[in-house]
Design a protein around this ligand. Structure first.
Ligand code: SF4
Length: 332
C-alpha cells in the first residue's frame, strides 16, 4: 500500500504556548470511547473534573467547552491531560490534530489542516509542495471503482498544473479551475470527452458570459452559517478586500489537494471545485493578514461539516454562486 504526504507533513510541530489561537478553543472536542472510559475512571481531581465536563450527545462523547476553551487547557497553553498523564493519554482528536488522514483503501493520503495557525503558516508558505510516496505493508481492496479514482488522480494533476501556471491572473486561474472541473466531471460521469482543454477559448467564453458578482450576498450567506467566534462575525461585517496575489494559488491548491479525490464518495467534483473558488473569494473579500484570514476561514468553515455541506449545496442553488456571477467576481 502507498502512503502519500506533502514533504512538510513530518516537519509539523505544535507550537503550544506560542500558538496565537489554539485548537483547544471554541469547539467541542470529540473524545473516542476508549479514552472517554479511561478519563471517567481516573481517580482524584483530574478524574472528577473530566467526569464533570465529558458529555454524551447523539451517541458521541464530547469535552464541553467552558469560557470558549477546552476545560483541560492550562493558562500556559498546555493540555492538563498531556501534562499529567503524558501524550499517550490524549484522545484521538487531540493526538491527530491538525494531521489529516484520507484512507482510500489501497492508498492513504496525509495532509495538514489549515485551521491550525502553525499548519497554515507551513501550508501557505509552500506554493508547490512536493509529495512523498512510501510503500508500507497493509491496505485493502477499495470499495470504489478504481477507474474512477484513476480519473480523479489524473484530473487533480491537471488542476494542480492550472493553479501553478503564473502566466495567468488569479481571477483567470480560479475561473479555469471551475471550467476544468466541468471537463473532469464529464470524464467521471463516463462521458467521452476531448482530451484537449482549450483554456484561452474557455476563458474568452467565460468573460463574455460573466455577470457582475454580488460580494455582499456572498458574505451575507456566510453570516447565516454556523459561526464559532464573535471575531469571525465582526470580520464578516467589516470586509476589507485584499489584492489578489499568488498566495491564492497556494490556498486553492490546498483545497484541491484536500477535496478533489473525495468526489469518489458522491461524484460531485464541480461542487468541490466551486467550494475551493468560493473559499478563495471569501478570504480575498475579508482581507487582512492573508494567513490569519485563511486560518480563521478554515476554522469556521472547514471544521464544521454542516457549513461545508451548506456551501456545497448552495454552490448549485444560490444565484450569487452561479458560475456567471463567480466569473464576474473573478474576471470583471
Ligand atoms: S492550533 Fe496548532 S499550533 Fe495551535 S495549539 Fe493546536 S496544534 Fe498546536
Amino acid at each position: 500500500m502507498k502512503i502519500i504526504k506533502p514533504s512538510y507533513f513530518d516537519t509539523f510541530r505544535c507550537i503550544a504556548g506560542l500558538c496565537p489561537d489554539s485548537c483547544c478553543k471554541e469547539w467541542d472536542v470529540l473524545v473516542d470511547s476508549d479514552k472517554a472510559t479511561l478519563y471517567r475512571s481516573l481517580p482524584g481531581d483530574l478524574g472528577d473534573r473530566l467526569r464533570q465536563v465529558l458529555k454524551d450527545e447523539d451517541g458521541e462523547i464530547y469535552m464541553t467547552i467552558e469560557d470558549r476553551r477546552c476545560p483541560m487547557w492550562r493558562t500556559d497553553g498546555l493540555c492538563r491531560i498531556q501534562a499529567e498523564l503524558g501524550e499517550g493519554a490524549l484522545c484521538k482528536t487531540c493526538r491527530d490534530f491538525p494531521r489529516l488522514t484520507h484512507d482510500y483503501g489501497n492508498f492513504i493520503e496525509y495532509g495538514l489542516e489549515l485551521s491550525c495557525p502553525e499548519a497554515a503558516r507551513i501550508i501557505l508558505n509552500t506554493p508547490s509542495p512536493v509529495f512523498i510516496e512510501q510503500e508500507v505493508p497493509g491496505g485493502e481492496a477499495p470499495e470504489y471503482d478504481p477507474e474512477d479514482m484513476e480519473i480523479l488522480l489524473r484530473t487533480r494533476e491537471t488542476a494542480r498544473g492550472i493553479l501553478a501556471d503564473s502566466t495567468r491572473s488569479i481571477g483567470e486561474t480560479l475561473s479555469l479551475l471551475m471550467l476544468y472541473a466541468y471537463q473532469a466531471q464529464a470524464a467521471l460521469n463516463g462521458v467521452e470527452i476531448s482530451p484537449n482543454f482549450d483554456a484561452d477559448a474557455l476563458l474568452d467564453h467565460a468573460k463574455t458570459y460573466a455577470r457582475i458578482g454580488d460580494s455582499a450576498e456572498i458574505l451575507n450567506f456566510f453570516k447565516n452559517l454556523e459561526i464559532l467566534t464573535p471575531e469571525w462575525e465582526s470580520r464578516l461585517n467589516s470586509p476589507s478586500p485584499a489584492q489578489w496575489d499568488d498566495h491564492y494559488r497556494t490556498l486553492a491548491q490546498y483545497f484541491v489537494d484536500r477535496y478533489w479525490l473525495q468526489a469518489i464518495s458522491d461524484y460531485d467534483l464541480v461542487g468541490r471545485a466551486k467550494f475551493a473558488v468560493i473559499s478563495c473569494i471569501v478570504v480575498h473579500l475579508l482581507g487582512g493578514n492573508f494567513t490569519e484570514t485563511a486560518q480563521a476561514y478554515s476554522k469556521e468553515i472547514e471544521n464544521s461539516i454542516e457549513n461545508v455541506e451548506a456551501i456545497l449545496d448552495a454552490a448549485y442553488d444560490e444565484t450569487f454562486f452561479a458560475d456567471v456571477r463567480l466569473f464576474g467576481v473573478l474576471l470583471l
